[in-house]
Design a binder for this molecule. Structure first.
Ligand SMILES: Nc1ncnc2c1ncn2[C@@H]1O[C@H](COP(=O)(O)OP(=O)(O)OP(=O)(O)O)[C@@H](O)[C@H]1O
Ligand SMILES: [Mg+2]
Length: 245
């Protein structure tokens, strides 16, 4: 059932009239392995508004990837509430989650995660095919996304025929092709040299300037500064939530 969301007063102080896209209320995540309990997230409260660029920072193991996976509906919280566009999504069935993820989430992984035996074009097209989008519209969306990341001229290449930086740009095109509500990126420059890393980060910055909502995990302070806001995690909790100066 849809649940109305409210915005925490602290965030209202920074609001520019945009609406709350994501609202996490007391989200927890506990992993159970060989009778060991890991509390990866312990009571996360977080709002992300439409049009924001948020970076998530914190030491290794503090829960950044776990948080991003939950935001991206790749994983479910153990407790708490997650509302996306006003709809409670924490406890949806697997197919419902997959459907919302396909439409609302664009995920960019550190390791690109392109499918090796599909062309660049087919990789970007696949999520739109899953969505049941008609072929003509798919062509328009894929072409637009590849042009947006400067990879239109490589549409027929296989991922193995591209540099790492180019592969990540294709992965960005795949993430944005379906016009999702938010782009989520987990260490998108982690497998890139510094020049290619900067190019991918500049691309994200441009997408944000053109209106995209982005939430990104990065270890790199230089890139964190591209964001409007940095949320620091420690031991599964938000310990600082700071707007850029
Ligand atoms: N699938 C899993 N099963 C068991 N424990 C897990 C699982 N995924 C993560 N964890 C544990 O949860 C905690 C948070 O992990 P997470 O991957 O979110 O950290 P992170 O902040 O992304 O770290 P890094 O900066 O190294 O990527 C860690 O202690 C980790 O060992
Ligand atoms: Mg991680």
């Amino acid at each position: 059932m849809a649940t109305e969301t409210t915005t925490a007063p602290s965030r209202d102080a920074h609001s520019n009239g945009s609406s709350t896209l994501i609202h996490l209320d007391g989200v927890t995540k506990v992993f159970l392995t060989d009778e060991v309990e890991t509390h990866a997230l312990s009571g996360i409260h977080l709002d992300i508004r439409t049009g924001e660029y948020v970076s998530i920072a914190g030491p290794s193991g503090c829960g950044k990837s776990t948080l991003l996976s939950i935001l991206g509906l790749l994983d479910t919280p153990s407790g708490g509430s997650y509302t996306l566009k006003g709809t409670e999504v924490a406890n949806l069935s697997f197919p419902e989650r997959a459907r919302i993820r396909n439409r609302e989430i664009g995920f960019i992984f550190q390791s690109f995660n392109l499918i090796g035996d599909l062309t660049v074009y087919e990789n970007v097209e696949l999520p739109l095919t899953y969505r049941g989008m008609p072929a003509g519209e798919r062509k328009q969306f894929v072409t637009e996304a590849l042009e947006r990341v400067g990879m239109g001229h490589r549409a027929k290449h296989l991922p193995s025929q591209l540099s790492g930086g180019q592969q990540q740009r294709v992965a960005v095109a795949r993430a944005l092709a379906g016009k999702p509500a938010i782009l989520l990126a987990d260490e998108p420059t982690g497998n890139l040299d510094s020049r290619n890393g900067e190019a991918v980060m500049d691309l994200l910055k441009e997408l944000h300037a053109a209106g995209a909502t982005i939430c990104m995990v990065t270890h790199d302070q230089r890139f964190a500064e591209h964001a409007d806001r940095t949320v620091h995690l420690f031991d599964g909790r938000v310990v600082e939530d700071r707007m850029a100066a």
